[in-house]
Design a protein around this ligand. Structure first.
Ligand code: ADP
Length: 253
C-alpha cells in the first residue's frame, strides 16, 4: 500500500510540474506575441514609414492596442498570483452585491452601448450581505459581465439575477451570445484555455478571466456552474454559502 501512495504522490508532483511548465510557456508566448508586433511596427516606422503621417498614426494605434493588451495580461497575472498566494493585504468586510452590480453596470455601460447590448438586473428584495473581499467579488462579477458583453453580438442582452436559496446566495449572469460548445465547457476555467483563440484575441481577452473567476468563487467557499448552447447564449451560475462559519473559514485553493 505504501508503494501505491508513493506512486500517487510522484504522479501528482509530476502533474503539478507539468502544469507549471505549461503555464510558464503560455505566459511567455502571450507576452511575446504583442512584443513582436510592437517591435515590428517600430522598425517599419524607423525604416521610413514615419514620413507618412497617416501610416504613422495607423501604426501607433496598433502599438497602443498591443501595449494595452500587455497591460491587461500583466494585471491579470498579478491578480491571479495574489489570489493564489492568499495575499494577507486582502480586506474582509460586509458588502452589498447589488451595489457592486450597479457600479459595474455604470462602468461597463459604455462598451455595452457601443454594441447596443442591454444590461439588465433582477435582484430579490432584502438579499443578505456577503462577507469577504469586496474587491475580489467585484472583479469576479466584472469578468463574467464583461465576457457576457464581449461574446454577445450587437443587439443582445446580458442579465444578472440574484436571489437567496437554501442558505445560499445565487448569482446568475446570463447572456444571449455565441454560447460555448459542450466539448470546451469543462476546460474553460483553466488558465489560457479559449474556445476560439482568434475571436478571444480580437475581443481583447487575456485568457485568464475565468481562471480568476473560479479562484475567487473558491475564496468564498462557493461553486460555479455553466449552462450554454452554441448560438443561444450562456448562463454562469454562482452559489455562495451564507452560513457565517463557512464565510470565516478560508479555503485552501
Ligand atoms: P478571455 O480573456 O479569452 O475571454 P476567459 O478566461 O475570460 O478568457 O474565457 C475563456 C474562454 O471562454 C473565452 O476565450 C471564450 O472562448 C469563452 N467564454 C467565456 N465567457 C463566455 C461567454 N459569456 N460566452 C461565450 N464564450 C465565453
Amino acid at each position: 500500500l505504501g508503494m501505491v501512495y508513493l506512486f500517487q504522490d510522484v504522479t501528482k508532483v509530476k502533474k503539478l510540474e507539468r502544469v507549471r511548465e505549461d503555464f510558464v510557456a503560455n505566459v511567455s508566448h502571450e507576452l511575446k506575441t504583442p512584443l513582436t508586433s510592437i517591435k515590428g511596427f517600430i522598425e517599419t516606422l524607423k525604416g521610413g514609414a514615419i514620413e507618412d503621417k497617416n501610416v504613422s498614426y495607423k501604426f501607433l494605434d496598433i502599438i497602443d492596442v498591443e501595449v494595452d493588451r500587455l497591460n491587461c495580461l500583466v494585471d491579470d497575472l498579478l491578480l491571479l498570483s495574489e489570489i493564489e498566494n492568499k495575499n494577507s493585504n486582502t480586506v474582509y468586510e460586509y458588502f452589498n452585491v447589488e451595489e457592486i452590480i450597479d457600479n459595474l453596470f455604470q462602468v461597463l455601460n459604455k462598451i455595452a452601448k457601443e454594441k447596443n447590448i442591454i444590461l439588465e438586473k433582477e435582484i430579490e428584495e432584502n438579499i443578505p450581505q456577503l462577507y469577504g473581499s469586496y474587491n475580489h467579488f467585484r472583479q469576479m462579477l466584472m469578468n463574467l459581465i464583461d465576457n457576457g458583453i464581449k461574446y454577445t453580438p450587437n443587439g443582445g442582452k446580458v442579465k444578472v439575477s440574484v436571489f437567496e436559496k437554501d442558505e445560499k446566495l445565487v448569482i446568475k449572469v446570463k447572456d444571449t451570445g455565441i454560447g460555448i460548445d459542450k466539448k470546451h465547457q469543462n476546460r474553460l476555467f483553466e488558465r489560457f484555455y479559449r474556445a476560439d483563440k482568434a475571436r478571444s484575441r480580437q475581443v481583447g481577452g487575456t485568457g485568464l478571466g475565468l481562471a480568476i473567476v473560479k479562484h475567487i468563487v473558491l475564496m468564498f467557499n462557493g461553486k460555479i456552474d455553466l449552462q450554454s448552447e452554441p448560438n443561444r447564449g450562456s448562463i454562469f451560475t454562482i452559489e455562495i454559502p451564507l452560513d457565517e462559519k463557512g464565510l470565516d473559514k478560508l479555503v485552501d485553493i
